[in-house]
Design a protein around this ligand. Structure first.
Ligand code: BTN
Length: 322
């Protein structure tokens, strides 16, 4: 009902409660209740004028399951797409599917997350209709070199999509952050069930900032940027989602066969920290050295006192020394 109401209001004309009720086959009281819940639950701004009704200040490009599904099916068979107005976490939803024995390839997108998850137990700020929150469930058969490098490969896929669709060049921060001008544009959360060197169900969660208000940015504990801060044209979220999903699925197939081998130099060219002094947080310890890129397994290389050390753990955070 909330979705149907938004579709009606999306022309940004005034709609009376009565007209909306008639159109949707419900009572005026039900319309009023759902409009209130749209405002309260999702912080959606609605203009109300007595005698005229309600209108949205500007249209929201809602995620369109049919559009996304049709575009993906042209290239990928057996990919199932689901969209939600609101969900706890798209990653959590797919992990529950795995727990129930699901073995297919799924893509889930949501307009809003009530408990969006970030890496290292952080939360992911997920305002309604503003960004992309999407997760893919993929059954990886026998990855060529373990799953260590997969998150790097996925970051590269998103970088390719952003370059192709919007002409922007991003930087990559090990293991899988996407930065623009040193600020975070996109985060990736990989969650696995199965063997890291054998068959596994992989849930790839992608949070890509499209439009962040200054209030949203204040809630995020690191400098962030959104596509709408970078490009002047209005970002078409459905096309963006399709491009990102296509590139991610293609990279997954490639990674499954040959690992990071062919992707390594492309990744290194976009490395935000290559040959720069860095601090690496390992649990409670911090080590300092010079970042020397990554190896073919996706490990971070850090030169410390002339010796190159490899770091594999996802717990590591990388920071440029002040
Ligand atoms: C990070 O901390 O950098 C990773 C953020 C990943 C956020 C995305 S949003 C879609 C998916 N669902 C979640 O709960 N998290 C991921």
């Amino acid at each position: 009902m909330q979705y149907a109401l938004l579709v009606q209001l999306n022309d940004c004309q005034f709609h009376s409660g009565e007209a909306l009720a008639k159109k949707l086959g419900v009572t005026r009281a039900a319309v009023w209740k759902h409009l209130k819940s749209l405002q309260a639950q999702f912080d959606i701004e609605l203009y109300a004028l007595s005698g005229k009704g309600y209108r949205l200040p500007e249209p929201i490009e809602l995620l369109d399951k049919t559009h996304i599904d049709t575009a993906l099916r042209k290239e990928f068979n057996d990919v199932y797409v689901e969209t939600f107005l609101s969900i706890e976490s798209t990653n959590q939803y797919l992990l529950s599917k795995v727990a129930q024995g699901e073995t297919g390839t799924f893509v889930v997108l949501a307009e809003h997350q009530t408990a969006g998850r970030g890496r290292r137990g952080r939360s992911w700020v997920s305002p309604f209709g503003a960004n992309l929150y999407l997760s893919l469930l993929y059954q990886i058969k026998q990855p060529a070199q373990g799953l260590m490098g997969l998150s790097l490969a996925i970051a590269l896929a998103i970088s390719r999509a952003l370059h192709e669709l919007m002409g922007i060049n991003v930087q990559l921060k090990w293991p899988n952050d996407i930065l623009y001008q040193g600020k975070k544009l996109c985060g990736i959360l990989l969650e696995l069930q199965g063997e890291s060197y054998g068959p596994a169900a992989v849930v790839v969660g992608i949070g890509l900032n499209v439009r962040l208000s200054s209030e949203d940015k204040k809630q995020i504990d690191q400098p962030s940027i959104a596509l709408q801060d970078i490009v002047a044209n209005k970002v078409a979220r459905n096309l963006l989602a399709i491009g990102v999903i296509k590139h991610v699925l293609s990279v997954m197939l490639e990674f499954e066969q040959v690992g990071l081998t062919r992707l390594l130099s492309e990744w290194q060219r976009q490395d935000a920290f290559l040959d720069r002094p860095v601090s690496v947080q390992l649990g409670n310890n911090v080590i300092e050295g010079i970042s020397r890129g990554i190896d073919e397994n996706g490990a971070l290389l850090v030169e410390i006192n002339g010796q190159v050390q490899r770091y594999y753990s996802g717990e590591i955070s990388l920071q440029v020394r002040q």
